[in-house]
Design a binder for this molecule. Sequence first.
Ligand SMILES: Cc1ncc(COP(=O)(O)O)c(C=O)c1O
Length: 418
Amino acid sequence: MRFAQRLDQVPPYLFAEIERRIEAMRADGVDVISLGIGDPDLPTPPAVVEALQQAAARPETHQYPSNRGLGAFREAVTAFYADRFEVDIDPESEVIPVLGGKEAVAHVALACLDPGDVALAPDPGYPPYTSGPLFAGADLHYLPLREENAFMPDLDAISAETARRANLLYCNYPNNPTGAVVAEGFFERAVAFAREHELVAIHDSAYTEIAFDGYRPPSFLGTPGAKEVGAEIFSLSKGWNMTGWRIGWIAGNAEVVERYRQLKTNLDSGMFDALQLAGVAALTDARDFPEEMSEVYRRRRDLMIDALRAIGLDVEPPHATPYLWIRVPEAHDAASFTELVLEQAAVIVSPGPSFGPSGESYVRISLTVPDARLEEAAGRIASSLGAPGGMMARRLGAMGGSRQGRREPPYPERYGRD
Ligand SMILES: Cc1ncc(COP(=O)(O)O)c(C=O)c1O
């Protein structure tokens, strides 16, 4: 059999080797705790579950939905945008449902890019910013997100030739994996850049509802001119604990939305009407639920940061997202530190390079595990990787750096067998 080459263009899945190790450790009876994936552990709000139950019992929801979406769904999005972001969305022409943010992030590339076009994608970034454009036959230009730039891309560093070929710009704030929130003026700069180079700007808004310390993330569509150049992809997954439900939308520029709908009519048959009605319940009856979730993640964030400080890693607390983006100790890279944490604490973190080459010196911790497990993981990290007297960073440094062949850990205790 022969398969399409496009599948081979997608970067290798860095987790493959780690998964093999986890399996081996679990087979050995080790209690491995995964902080690797951003999948909320707590249930969907009951009002949403009940709305689905009731809607699914109504036979009129059982036929093919339309890719335009139910009027009730589009109107609920409009009301949500007005109330939450003070942004006007025309429910007739400026929004349609999508089957989760991932579907839209990846497929929007098929609607915007021809072979030879360039997509501008944050690095590190959510993997479909890479796979979507590559599947469209386009070229990818990474926009490094550097700590010294507050994890904002430097659009001025893009060469004139790359900007000329670019037809799609992805951005994402609050950001996965860095946890960064948008810097003042960045959305305005993105609008100006998109206008100047006549490209489509897509803002991935998966995390606006998970925020802390009084911070309220804005919508890209609230930026003057944003609706002229692009659209925003929103998801109910993270704020409402609904990753399994696959409910989101794309909203903004009417032509982008219409072209996206046109593409989707050839790929899928829309979102189950009962799910759309459950989505309405999330945006109305469970409208404030993400604030409760934000408080849960804030507490977990602080707990984990204390544990990381105990091993000498000073992590700036993020103001949004359920993630901590951690620079690994010197003498380590992401792979060796991931390995160290797995070996010493039986805790899985995501190695930064799974999000792009600029993640080389970072790992990501996800706070989407039950409190007791997170406390257990934090305790293991602090006690297993730490050393009395605050010496652990040096000790970590002394044992780090070897990517091949494991050095003997300097600590006698092995973890995770408790
Ligand atoms: C940045 C970002 N965008 C989009 C998504 C997609 O979420 P979903 O497909 O569940 O809506 C995720 C999920 O992890 C994400 O991290």
